[in-house]
Design a protein around this ligand. Structure first.
Ligand SMILES: C[S@@+](CC[C@H](N)C(=O)[O-])C[C@H]1O[C@@H](n2cnc3c(N)ncnc32)[C@H](O)[C@@H]1O
Length: 265
């Protein structure tokens, strides 16, 4: 299966602008992993490698494999953390990857929203685990938030509308009951929760700067090498200012809801 969204390059520099805020839910997820000594760990959609490295540090006996489809992200992971015996990086699509041997922990932070078919994906992930293994996933659940609603509205209302008509509007994220239904039959323990982070952002148009490296990428990419791209971005950023006004001290509050699930199989 070709993931069209993944043909749009990731920019680790832009993504890393909010590294602290983006890493926080990953650390909150990691804190809830109820295993003492996993042997094999996979980080799906490992990006620039921060969490795979944190997992290797937390579990000193484990071998950690970071999987990502982005050459740019993997290059960043390699150059920051290197390849070590216990910590390796591999270019692969989640859709077609299968581990060589069963694993004890599958971790995935803010990546599986880019992968379709969760009704078959999640059972497939479960099938990779040893008995007692853990699936720990965090996915954004903010696709109806102003940041994303206004993205779609801007795309549909401007001279760029025809060129953006084919860009996928939604993400394949489902509700908590869906993930419960898929995971509960396999799980001895299942913990699902949601948290809305109120990120305090600095700088000009910080919400547009945030989405520029994630949800906005496919739209910007469809307008690449064109003045329309800047005009689209400026229009989007201007529309966001009403939805995310500046506080008196100049900061902007960005509420961001995320769903977490930890299943022990
Ligand atoms: C939002 S970033 C999150 C990166 C990292 N997990 C983190 O939290 O910092 C999403 C990552 O998922 C990767 N990704 C998206 N779709 C993928 C796919 N189908 N297969 C493998 N990786 C994918 C992207 O390349 C990107 O590095």
């Amino acid at each position: 299966m070709t993931n069209v969204l993944e043909q749009v390059p990731w920019n680790p520099g832009q993504y890393g602008k909010f590294a602290h805020e983006r890493n926080r839910p990953a650390m909150d997820l990691m804190a809830r992993i109820p295993v003492a000594n996993p042997g094999q760990i996979i980080d799906l959609g490992c990006g620039a490698g921060h969490q795979a490295t944190a997992l290797a540090d937390r579990f000193p006996m484990a071998r950690v494999l970071g999987i990502d489809s982005s050459a740019e992200m993997l290059e960043q992971a390699r150059s920051t953390y290197g390849d070590r015996d216990r910590l390796q990086w591999r270019a692969a699509q989640v859709e077609t990857f299968t581990p060589d041997t069963p694993v004890d922990l599958i971790f995935s932070n803010a990546a599986l929203q880019w992968v379709g078919g969760h009704e078959t994906l999640f059972p497939r992930l479960v099938s990779w685990l040893n008995p007692g293994g853990v699936l720990a996933v965090q996915i954004p659940d903010n696709f109806d938030a102003p940041s994303h609603r206004i993205m779609r509205e801007t795309a549909d209302n401007g001279p760029w509308a025809a060129r953006l008509a084919g860009v996928r509007r939604g993400m394949p994220v489902r509700d908590a009951a869906f993930y419960y239904g898929v995971l509960a039959p396999h799980a001895q323990q299942l913990d699902i929760w949601e948290t809305t982070y109120i990120h305090v952002l600095a700088g000009r148009d910080p919400v547009a700067e945030w989405t520029k490296s994630t949800g906005l990428r496919p739209f910007l990419s469809a307008l690449a090498d064109d003045a329309a791209r800047d005009a689209f971005y400026d229009d989007y950023a201007a529309r966001l200012r009403d939805a995310y006004p500046s506080e008196p001290d100049g900061h902007t509050l960005f509420p961001f809801r995320r769903m977490f699930m930890v299943a022990v199989i």
